[in-house]
Design a protein around this ligand. Sequence first.
Ligand SMILES: *[C@@H]1O[C@H](CO)[C@@H](O)[C@H](O)[C@H]1NC(C)=O
Ligand SMILES: *[C@@H]1O[C@H](CO)[C@@H](O)[C@H](O)[C@H]1NC(C)=O
Ligand SMILES: CC(=O)N[C@H]1CO[C@H](CO)[C@@H](O)[C@@H]1O
Length: 226
Amino acid sequence: MVNGSLDAHLFQSNATILNWSTRYQIAIGVAGGLSYLHQSCCECIIHCDVKPENILLSASFVPKIADFGMAAIVGRDFSKVLTTSRGTIGYLAPEWLSGVAVTPKVDVYSFGMVLLEIISGRRNSPNQVYTSSSYHVAFFPVRAVSKLHEGDVQSLVDPQLQGDFNLEEAERFCKVACWCIQDNECDRPTMIEVVRALEGLHGLDMPPMPRVLAAITECSDGASML
Ligand SMILES: *[C@@H]1O[C@H](CO)[C@@H](O)[C@H](O)[C@H]1NC(C)=O
Ligand SMILES: *[C@@H]1O[C@H](CO)[C@@H](O)[C@H](O)[C@H]1NC(C)=O
Ligand SMILES: CC(=O)N[C@H]1CO[C@H](CO)[C@@H](O)[C@@H]1O
């Protein structure tokens, strides 16, 4: 894949900036690929390590999901319990830590995290923000849910695009991403629903704030700040 992996294009300062229509195409392409793995093959395949490093780009920026080293083939009843958690910190669904059977919804969670990174052009990793009296943790996914509720998705989009993006699509993408990263897998859409929602064919309600993520931003003095 001549254009390398998505992380290089999103996060490296020397890379050419991906324009909005390319980001749109990449997001829909990856969602379609995961939807195929989950629902169209004979067995359900869970990738288990969806992240920008594993999304390769062709010359015309068509995405391809790569690295199936952690993938799991599960039966249609999703009863298979994977004994060790697989994947990458920052993209891991909370149920990996609880020892329950994993379902394709772990990929939905990771996809939601990647989608936020496609929108913002930066890593979601939590940053400690110090002020004179205290510190708090700024975590982009939590900010994304708040801003979505405030109707201010504009401020979440990669500033390198200099405002050159489709706001309606950005709002749609942000809403989908925030549903994908819900704590409870039952609240997350399936990848087929994600594709339809990204394309604007399936409307979604306003997603609630995921509590597990919100807890990350709890302030040292007990107050929650953003
Ligand atoms: C950008 O920088 C990285 C290291 O930070 C390097 O590996 C890469 O080859 C550079 N890419 C271009 C297009 O110069
Ligand atoms: C976006 O970037 C792609 C790939 O570089 C290019 O083919 C396309 O014309 C660009 N679209 C716009 C609207 O600038
Ligand atoms: C940004 C970037 O690296 N674009 C390259 C994608 O691949 C095509 C085809 O090889 C190159 O022409 C671009 O420069």
